[in-house]
Design a protein around this ligand. Structure first.
Ligand code: V47
Ligand code: SF4
Length: 376
């Protein structure tokens, strides 16, 4: 009988889809070198030797949140001294700073505030888009869209359309956590469930908005929950083709209830690389896999470029979610630093915009035209 790994290798080399059982075998039994080799084969088939990055900035307009996800160190109670809500002036100042730095994207996510109305979240997008129309606004996770539905009673499809008209550019991939209810119900019981998360991304794709997807790993989930998660994403991508990038997110335990409850350490670099490689191999219909350097740390993000990843995220600046949960990554990387660490990893850096068009710069001016494949 053929060894499972030989069978899987044949499938990968011939561009055939891996099954749930194949994925589980890779998670549980494959050696890391073979995993890296196979993931790299797919990575180079799709993206050559290129590693993409962008010039972006994060905005978390409020950290006050009605939910209590047990893995979250970012949220604050309504009356907590840690809680904040940014004013229009503060938001505009951040957008002005992003513009001055030549950012092409603003990544906007935050808490679901007990008292702020729907119009407040809409205003964040309107305000920035009116003053800085060139900044691509990648805003609000499916959990937030579901919250807006709870606030207004309106269908999420209408809300997405209203935001799109106001300047929304795409959706980030957060809020996916682990889709299987056995885990999801224990770590984020009340927020948007799996069906809602997938439906909202489907609706966004049908409206012509691209989106990303994530998976939070390294806590109480088992390898089969991760494979189940990846297959649910692969099925939706078969249907819509609207996902751009998948980002595996390693659990950061500091200051979280989940870690206190189960005494969970941060996943090892071996787990980080294994999850990255298995994600690349299972998500055969996702164009990009991101090694988010803020979450992985710079060294693992570099290594991950040989375990399936082809993207690093961007300059970031003002990140709170991971730094509140113990990340010791820097707050910001300069473009020169990002390019150097990509080159050091033996890859060729390509600046992209949010929609994966190669960016050309001339001093303060920038232009994004061709899709990255044309450059690659
Ligand atoms: O949804 C929260 C996760 C997500 C912790 O779309 C945690 O390009 C680990 O989705 N340990 C938000 N993870 C971040 C996110 C993201 C990041 C970068 C790029 C993109 C993109 C999306 O962070 C949350 C949750 O899954 N998270 N707390 C924690 N302690
Ligand atoms: Fe709120 Fe998001 Fe934190 Fe959950 S992960 S508690 S929804 S801010």
């Amino acid at each position: 009988m053929t060894h499972p790994l030989h069978r899987i290798r044949d499938k990968v080399e011939n561009g055939q889809r891996l099954s749930f059982e194949d994925g589980l075998f890779l998670e549980e039994q494959a050696d890391l070198f073979t995993l890296g080799e196979l993931a790299n084969l797919v990575r180079e088939r799709k993206n050559g030797k290129f590693t993409y990055y962008n010039v972006n900035t994060h905005l978390n307009p409020t950290n006050v949140c009605v939910y209590r996800c047990t893995f979250c160190a970012f949220r604050a109670d309504l009356k907590s001294p840690k809680g904040y809500v940014m004013s229009d002036e503060q938001i505009l100042e951040r957008a002005a700073e992003a513009d001055r730095r030549g950012a092409t994207e603003m990544h906007i996510v935050g808490g679901l505030h007990h008292q702020l109305p729907y119009e407040w979240y809409l205003n964040v997008v309107k305000l920035i888009h009116t003053h800085y129309p060139r900044l691509h606004l990648k805003a609000y996770t499916a959990v937030e869209w579901d919250w807006f539905h709870r606030l207004t009673g309106r269908p999420t499809r209408d809300l997405l359309a209203e935001f799109k008209a106001a300047g929304l550019g795409s959706l980030p991939g957060g809020g996916a956590e682990i889709f299987h209810p056995e885990v999801r119900d224990q770590i984020c019981e009340h927020k948007a469930d799996t069906e809602a998360w997938l439906r909202i991304h489907r609706e966004a794709h049908q409206l012509g908005l691209r989106s990303n997807a994530t998976m939070l790993y390294g806590h109480i989930e088992k390898p089969w929950h991760r494979i189940d998660h990846l297959i649910r994403l692969r099925e939706l991508q078969d249907e819509t083709g609207g996902f751009q990038t998948f980002i595996p997110l390693a659990f950061h335990p500091d200051n979280t209830k989940l870690a206190a409850q189960y005494n969970i350490p941060r996943p090892s670099v071996l787990t980080d690389l294994r999850v990255m490689a298995v994600s690349r191999l299972m998500l055969d219909n996702f164009p990009h896999i991101k090694a988010y350097w803020v979450m992985l740390g710079i060294k693992t993000a570099q290594l991950a470029q040989h375990y399936g990843a082809d993207d690093l995220d961007g300059t970031v600046v003002h990140e709170k979610i991971y730094h509140d949960a113990g990340s010791d990554s820097p707050q910001e990387l300069t473009v020169a630093e990002i390019r150097r660490l990509i080159e050091e990893a033996g890859r060729i850096p390509v600046e992209r915009d949010t929609l994966y068009r190669a960016v050309k710069r001339d001093g303060q001016r920038w232009e994004a035209a061709e899709p990255v494949e044309a450059v690659a």
